[in-house]
Design a protein around this ligand. Structure first.
Ligand code: AMP
Length: 113
């Protein structure tokens, strides 16, 4: 998707603080962190939200779910962490490219509402 900022970040077309990358996904630091560790896991393929997933995305989503614990170890989140996926207007999703927030090492006043 041409105008999607997360497509560009995920593919390295715009520089970002990348913490992990493979063929299917990228993980980079959130620009406005809500916790000492706040990273975003995104698919390289453009998927707008959870509502836009298809059967063909099973492997991709399984890969994302299983990779979370590796990112947590890498980021030193040994004592636990929070994952958040905002979806659509009522979910307060602001970037319309599917992403999993991974937050940790406390200061948990987020998400709002
Ligand atoms: P959401 O509200 O779930 O759509 O979350 C979007 C997240 O993307 C927010 O936490 C923003 O701080 C973050 N964000 C927006 N633009 C960028 C960017 N260019 N680089 C890194 N994080 C970003």
């Amino acid at each position: 998707m041409e105008d999607c900022i997360f497509c560009k970040l995920a593919k390295g077309e715009i520089p970002t603080d990348m913490v992990y990358e493979d063929d299917l996904i990228s993980v980079f630091r959130d620009a406005a962190p809500e916790a000492p560790v706040h990273v975003l896991m995104v698919p390289k393929k453009h998927v707008a939200s959870l509502n836009d997933l298809e059967d063909a995305d099973r492997e991709l989503m399984g890969h994302m779910m299983l990779k979370i614990k590796d990112i947590a170890v890498q980021e030193g989140l040994d004592n636990g962490f929070r994952t958040v996926i905002n979806t659509g207007e009522d979910g307060q999703q602001t970037v319309h490219h599917l992403h999993i927030h991974i937050l940790g090492r406390r200061k948990m006043t987020w998400p709002p509402g």
